[in-house]
Design a protein around this ligand. Structure first.
Ligand SMILES: [Zn+2]
Length: 67
């Protein structure tokens, strides 16, 4: 089942960011989220702690596939 992850709600809580990650697996979501956090929000490797990553993982949602 595809996964979806929204920056505004899940990563930074920045209202102005509309970035949405949708991938096939949770691991891909995390990789995209790391890149996006660094590129768009100036996050550093030090900020991407195991706690942050596990928090993100807990917020990844399944995308219901078409009927
Ligand atoms: Zn963002």
């Amino acid at each position: 089942m595809p996964k979806v992850f929204r920056c505004t709600e899940d990563v930074t809580r920045m209202d102005e960011c509309r970035f949405v990650i949708q991938t096939a697996t949770a691991d891909e979501v995390i990789e995209h989220a790391k890149l996006h956090g660094k590129q768009a929000h100036g996050m550093t490797d030090e900020m991407l702690t195991p706690e942050v990553i596990s928090l993100w993982r807990s917020r990844i949602k399944d995308v219901p596939t078409g009927v």
